[in-house]
Design a protein around this ligand. Structure first.
Ligand code: GRF
Length: 197
């Protein structure tokens, strides 16, 4: 079966990206990476991607006068590369409704909380302060509202006595690494089943 052409958008270290790239090394995996894009030229994930022989492009948002012109450049690269599906992996820019609607049903994100709990930033601190016994991560479709799209898959971890935001984030990150490749495979199946627009 033809593998879907995957773009991964990052802003930093790209440890989730790395797990996706590892999964894609298996020819039977339903996606193949065709480009990694970062909005920061100094993102260490760019060189990690190149280490996997994947094209890695910096499109610094600071070089553009508006969110739309920044996203138009991303869109141009995605279209020129024939991308079928986008995985956001620690991409720290909120996307405009225009961009989101162009890629609706073909763009997913990983978020370090059990959505719908704690959309946005600082998820681990908020879970600890709320006294939650459980935390986790979610992979979801990207829609206009930040971290609001339907959940594709989740993993749970215990919150332990004495946890700090740092210790909890380490535990959750390990689960993110296991979850994202599985959730992307599931998303690919769903994209394939959709009639092409
Ligand atoms: C992850 O915790 C992810 O869930 C969040 O940002 C972090 C990115 O980490 N959106 P990395 O760049 O994948 O290492």
């Amino acid at each position: 079966m033809k593998r879907l052409r995957l773009a991964i958008l990052i802003s930093g270290r790209g440890s989730n990206m790395e797990q996706l790239l590892k999964a894609c090394q298996d020819d039977a995996y339903p996606a193949q990476p065709v480009v990694v894009i970062s909005n920061r030229a100094d993102a260490s994930g760019l060189s990690t991607a190149r280490g996997f022989n994947v094209r890695a492009v910096a499109i610094p948002h600071k070089n553009y006068e508006s969110r739309e012109s920044f996203e138009n450049e991303i869109d141009r690269v995605l279209c020129q590369t024939g991308v079928d599906i986008i995985a956001l992996a620690g991409f720290m820019r909120v996307l405009t409704p225009g961009f989101v609607s162009r890629w609706a049903g073909r763009m997913i994100n990983i978020h370090p909380s059990l959505l719908p709990k704690y959309p946005g930033l600082d998820t681990h601190r908020r879970a600890i302060e709320a006294g939650d016994k459980e935390a986790g991560c979610s992979v979801h479709w990207v829609t206009e509202g930040v971290d609001e799209g339907d959940v594709i898959a989740q993993s749970r971890v215990p919150v332990k006595a004495g946890d700090t935001a740092g210790s909890l984030s380490e535990r959750v990150l390990l689960e993110e690494h296991a979850l994202y490749p599985k959730a992307l495979a599931k998303a690919c199946e769903l994209v394939r089943k959709k009639p092409s627009s």
